[in-house]
Design a binder for this molecule. Structure first.
Ligand SMILES: *Cc1c(COP(=O)(O)O)cnc(C)c1O
Length: 396
């Protein structure tokens, strides 16, 4: 018999009753150190006092009104994001998928209004993840995600993940007079914590500029302070035309956003897009509280400092367990351990050792801790990961 909850997830047999900081308490009373962070969503850990305050204050005033009206909380958060980024304008969604959907629509609309309705094709990359809508699965193109859902939305093609000059030559060759936009995660999350070299992001920006192609960054997972900058692309010193944000932006409250330049957004006029819930007062009150903390330069510097500490510990973990691990990957607190043993064995051994991690493609173990994880908790995390790795190593 089919379970009451549609069985689309491979769930671990764990359920939690409460959380505080980087710790989760399970039904049976066991405490787990959370290095999954709800897959980069719990940017400030669990039950952060400022977020709880913002949510409960707003909950007592006003939850939802509809985008039929002005929403001051939304205007305020949009202005904060515009101040802190390349963007001139923001649209709020409830998820990363919805942000992807709008980014795609906005890019096509831009060319349409510019007199080039033939520019409809998106170039994306193998291993990408942009969400689960029909457009987003077409953009990612992976067999696992698209199988049985055809016919796929036309206008998407995937190229090899860019790491070299040859890969850039291939992208240049793939851009035609029908290309609409290039869409890329500066650091692939689901694809296995793969960082695009700064040089490649710069090269992509140049290619897009010379061909009139829009550049879309998907920072749903790597953005919102995860790398020690508010957005990952800042490290490369280039900006996109359109950017998708979600996950960490709401700190656990469903919130996403599309950020864009005035030019890229020029096709989006009244009536051209909308959302019932997107950017409601409750979501924006929490989003503002998150950005107040994560957008602070001292906080971001601290993320980088802790990331360096964590990474150093992970390097020695890899050295101590050569049968289990191959290398450390990632940037800031978006870290991956490329495994030799099956990554899912490590995830399971982590449960037994009281530490939560997430698997990613390419046999990578993902670590996406709260950005405010303490040094004590980093030390404890390393101890628990070491225990889990020993168990996996012994079983080999
Ligand atoms: C999670 C994710 C998405 C999809 O976001 P949802 O909120 O699950 O819809 C899109 N892109 C990237 C890079 C993601 O990590």
């Amino acid at each position: 018999m089919i379970p009451a909850v549609l069985p689309t997830y491979n769930r671990a047999p764990l359920a939690f009753v409460s959380g505080s900081g980087s710790w989760l308490l399970a039904e049976d009373g066991t405490r787990y150190l959370d290095l999954g962070g709800g897959i980069a969503v719990n940017a400030l850990g669990h039950a952060h006092p400022a977020l709880v305050q913002a949510l409960t204050d707003q909950a007592q005033k006003l939850w939802h009104v509809s985008n039929v009206y002005r929403i001051p909380e939304q205007e305020h958060l949009a202005e904060m994001l515009v101040d802190r980024t390349f963007a001139d304008t923001v649209f709020f969604t409830n998820s990363g998928t919805e942000a992807a959907e709008l980014a795609i629509k906005m890019a096509r609309k831009f060319h349409h209004e510019a007199g080039h309705p033939e520019r409809i094709e998106f170039i994306s990359f193998e291993g990408a993840f942009h969400g689960r809508s029909t457009a987003a699965i077409a953009a990612a193109g992976s067999e696992k995600m698209v199988k049985g859902y055809g016919p796929l939305m036309p206008g998407f093609r995937q190229l090899k993940w860019p790491t070299s000059a040859e890969d850039h030559a291939a992208i240049r060759a793939a851009i035609t007079d029908q290309t609409c936009a290039v869409i890329i995660e500066p650091i692939q999350g689901e694809g296995g914590i793969r960082v695009v070299p700064d040089q490649c992001l710069k090269g992509l920006r140049d290619l897009c500029d010379t061909t009139g192609t829009l550049l879309i960054f998907d920072e749903v997972q790597c953005g919102m302070g995860r790398t020690g900058r508010l957005f990952a692309h800042e490290w490369a010193g280039v900006t996109p035309d359109i950017m998708m944000v979600a996950k960490g932006i709401g700190g656990g409250f469903p919130l996403g956003a599309v950020l864009a330049t005035e030019r890229a957004a020029s096709g989006m006029t009244a009536g051209s897009h909308g959302s019932t819930y997107g950017g409601n007062p409750l979501a924006c009150a929490v989003g503002t509280a998150v950005l107040d903390i994560v957008g602070d330069d001292a906080f971001l510097a601290d993320v980088s400092r802790k990331a360096a500490l964590f990474r150093q510990g992970l390097e020695s973990l890899v050295a101590r367990h050569p049968k289990v691990f191959e290398a450390v990957r990632g940037q800031g607190l978006m870290l991956g351990l490329k495994c030799k043993a099956p990554n899912t064995d490590m995830v399971k051994a982590g449960y037994a050792a009281g530490v939560l991690t997430v698997a990613a493609a390419d046999n990578v173990l993902r670590l996406l801790p709260a950005l405010n994880i303490t040094e004590t908790d980093i030390t404890e995390a390393l101890t628990r990961l070491d225990r889990a790795a020993s168990a996996v190593s012994t079983a080999i």
